[in-house]
Design a protein around this ligand. Sequence first.
Ligand SMILES: [Zn+2]
Length: 428
Amino acid sequence: MVPDPSVNEPLLRLPDGTVKQVNPLTGTQVWTVPGRADRPLPTPPGSDEPIDPALEGRYCAFCEKRYLDTTPEKARVIAENGGWHTLMGLTAEELDDTVAQFRLIPNLFEIVSVDYWRLNHGLEFSDLALARYAHYASTPGGRDHLAHLRTLRSGHQDPAYAVGSPERHRLVELGFFGGFHDVVVARRHYVDGATRQDQLASSCTLTPSEHREYIDFTVGAIEWMFEMNPLIRNVAAFQNWRSPAGASFDHLHKQVVGVDALGQRREEEIARLTRDPDLFQHAILDPVQEHRLHIAETDDAIAFVGIGHLYPSIEVWARRMEATPWELTPTELASWSDLLHAVHAATGSGVPTNEEWHYRPPQEQGRIPLRAVVKWRINTLAGFEGGTKIHINTIDPWTLRDRVARAMGQAGHEGRIAPTVRVLNSPS
Ligand SMILES: [Zn+2]
């Protein structure tokens, strides 16, 4: 009888070369079938078209000359005098006084809306939100910007917002200051000096130093949500890169979304942790070690091929498991950022990816590490998957390991990743 993988034996290679995996945490079943593995990665269409220079700085709503097409920003990071500085409380008139390297802005179209918190939970707007709204609406530019946003939003979603009462207008505008779905936007749409449309500024085109700031700013945004809204039990943090991965814009950004539930998967993990406090070591790290799936490490983080994901996936874990992301020391977080950046550098800008963060929410206990899962969205789920709940992954774990390690080694030789990164299992 053909053996099946299990939670205890999550990875099997059969005599014909078929690789069967089961995700040790979710139970997802994945097969890699010989002959389908290691096909070339797709290239997004239209990629070598020239960039229209007339659109410089305004290729999409996240670009730096379209600040007023996004919501009033909560904070921005600027580079000045050789350091990074965070600015808050800018008026609309002050937005162009500096260039934001990273911006934290509310999502114009939230997944979980302000009304969800207000009407279902009775959550009042905070004093901070009220004060920020009053400050922003105190200038003519701010009032014009808020009216413009109401129009933008009504055009897409809810016509009642555009024609509603003054009180309705006020609530909509206040929502831009009191919500819990934010976007962290990086400055560049294309890399500096780009001439072609495939020269998008992805995570891997940031310098390691810029990437550290991007990560640190995102962690701050997550922590802020937990502090501002005690009903939030989890803050989902993720980055969709390119439209096949769900991105609305080809402009680098992450999203942080506060939710009032942990979700079934996290609930199950926490239940298992009470029985096995070292669940993550036993369920994930031990099989990864056994099957030699490590790719690279830094002093405080490790990267390896994940087992049992729908898409070829690389996981980047902080070594210290007890800490929430903001409880990691700056050195530990930078070390994790360097390794995540190196995974993106090895992946390249052309591959659509989801970067999903997992970590221990502050209300929970136990050894749950900060980890990012970088998923390569290169296969399309189809009828076979829908009918069987068995997923066909096109690259087996060892091939993925070698491919990423080789590309990361190359990136290291070219000086594109932080010197803190050590590539393991590098194929010769
Ligand atoms: Zn853009």
